[in-house]
Design a protein around this ligand. Structure first.
Ligand SMILES: Nc1ncnc2c1ncn2[C@@H]1O[C@H](COP(=O)(O)OP(=O)(O)OP(=O)(O)O)[C@@H](O)[C@H]1O
Ligand SMILES: [Mg+2]
Length: 220
């Protein structure tokens, strides 16, 4: 099982929207069972899940100190992916959650304030030695600031090629316990979420390739 932690100190950057959309997308693409864990006291992801009629993805209610055991249990039950949503804070709690990640996604809106705030999140992820992927969210059409944001973020780490535009269906879908691609499977939102999921998965392929190379060098 791969554990994907979605984090950013900046409030409203799109963490919860991404967690819900990617977990649903993982299952829609036939990539196995996806689970969600909500570690944010605001409980937005839990509310989304409560409103949801579909049975999957499941939301595991795990107390923070038992998170490592909770992840082991999900894996034993056959989960392929677990997405953990976090609170918008620079906290010991988030540091502990990041320690459990196989990949950390950092959603960033292309605005100066969001870009200025990103370095403290990056510092925590790098201190933990975890691979990260930036995801541009809520991008306005044809705004040059998006290109500038990609350039600025690339200096800190990998940026997903697919980015998420600012689209009303994302907000509408979340309110109803669904996702934008579930409501409109042939929409631009559906295309960008599918592309983003491929980008996320490619991070794991590369990590395992690098690990294999390391092993073969070590074995001579
Ligand atoms: N791509 C998008 N297009 C339009 N609206 C969006 C998009 N992504 C998120 N939103 C809206 O922006 C707001 C914040 O999104 P979300 O709750 O996902 O952010 P968050 O980072 O989880 O916030 P918090 O830091 O408070 O937990 C919500 O109202 C959501 O519906
Ligand atoms: Mg949230």
């Amino acid at each position: 099982m791969k554990t994907i932690v979605i984090t950013s100190q900046k409030g409203g950057s799109g963490k919860t929207t991404l967690a819900a959309h990617l977990a649903v997308e993982a299952e829609r693409s036939g990539d196995g069972a996806a689970w969600l864990i909500d570690t944010d006291q605001q409980a937005t992801l839990t509310t989304w899940h409560d409103r949801r009629e579909a049975e999957t993805p499941g939301l595991a209610e795990v107390a923070l100190p038992r998170l490592p055991q909770g992840l082991m249990q999900l894996e034993a039950q056959g989960a392929a992916y677990c997405f953990i949503d976090t609170a918008p804070a620079h906290s010991e709690q988030n540091k502990g959650v990041i320690q459990l990640a196989d990949l950390v996604l950092i959603p960033v809106r292309p605005s100066p304030a969001d870009l200025w705030a990103v370095s403290s999140t990056v510092e925590i992820v790098k201190d933990a030695g975890k691979p990260l992927l930036f995801v541009i969210t809520q991008a306005k059409p044809q705004a040059s600031i998006t290109a500038q944001a990609i350039a600025a973020l690339s200096q800190h780490g990998r940026v997903a090629q697919a980015f998420i535009a600012d689209r009303v269906p994302y907000a509408v879908a979340i309110t109803g316990g669904r996702t934008a691609p579930e409501i409109s499977p042939r929409s631009p939102a559906a295309e960008e979420i599918a592309a983003l999921w491929q980008d996320v998965k490619s991070c794991f392929n590369e990590t395992s390739k690098a690990a294999k190379q390391k092993r073969s060098v070590a074995n001579g």
